[in-house]
Design a binder for this molecule. Structure first.
Ligand SMILES: [Fe+2]
Length: 201
């Protein structure tokens, strides 16, 4: 579960309905956050460079990826998180293992081109950042989103223990090329959504 007050829940429900990103600061309890962060760093250390030019199914990108391990798998499939996501979206959420991973943008030029995720596996995207990018002059340190309610791009800074929830299949999102030596680590989870519990459990 992540921290969200009753008032925040109401705000999050409206935001998800309106296809606005939901940003939760200081989202995870200390112990869980520490476990996930350690797992992220170790998984990404033995991970792989992910390069696509955009000509196939995955969006154009250059970044490092690592597979989910014990803590991420347990948390993303937990009933507590499932209940929270149900309250926000009105739907039952099921993690899509094939589309979820640890991700890192580590070198100058690492990026993720603007895209929408596949609705069958990623109707909801959940991100948790493990590093803070404090160089605000580098546009590559933020997640760019284009909510439908406004014509303007929204840039969400990558800040430690910040959680971002997004209707990933409907809201265009991406990251510009990193221009500085900032390093960004995150957990990237994709969920399918269904109104019928039997479709997801
Ligand atoms: Fe995405």
């Amino acid at each position: 579960m992540f921290r969200l007050s009753k008032a925040d829940f109401l705000h999050a429900q409206k935001a998800f309905r309106d296809l606005d990103p939901i940003v939760v600061l200081d989202a995870l309890p200390k112990k869980l956050y520490a476990n996930l962060k350690q797992e992220a760093l170790s998984s990404l250390h033995e991970g792989w460079l992910c390069c696509h030019d955009g000509s196939g199914t995955p969006p154009a990108q250059r970044c490092k990826r690592g597979e989910l391990k014990k803590f991420a798998r347990e948390w993303s499939a937990s009933s507590g998180l499932c209940e929270q996501l149900k309250k926000i979206t009105g739907c039952w959420a099921k993690v899509s293992w094939d589309a979820s991973c640890y991700t890192a943008y580590l070198d100058v030029g690492h990026y993720l081109s603007p895209h929408r995720d596949r609705s069958e596996s990623c109707a909801m995207t959940l991100l948790i950042y493990f590093s803070s990018a404090d160089d605000t002059k580098d546009p590559g340190t933020s997640l760019d989103c284009w909510p439908l309610t406004t014509d303007q791009k929204l840039s969400i800074p990558s800040m430690e223990n910040t959680l971002v929830l997004l209707a990933g299949d409907r809201v265009l999102h991406g990251r510009q090329k990193l221009q500085s030596s900032q390093k960004i680590y995150l957990l990237s989870l994709c969920f399918s959504l269904s109104r019928n519990k039997n479709d997801t459990h």
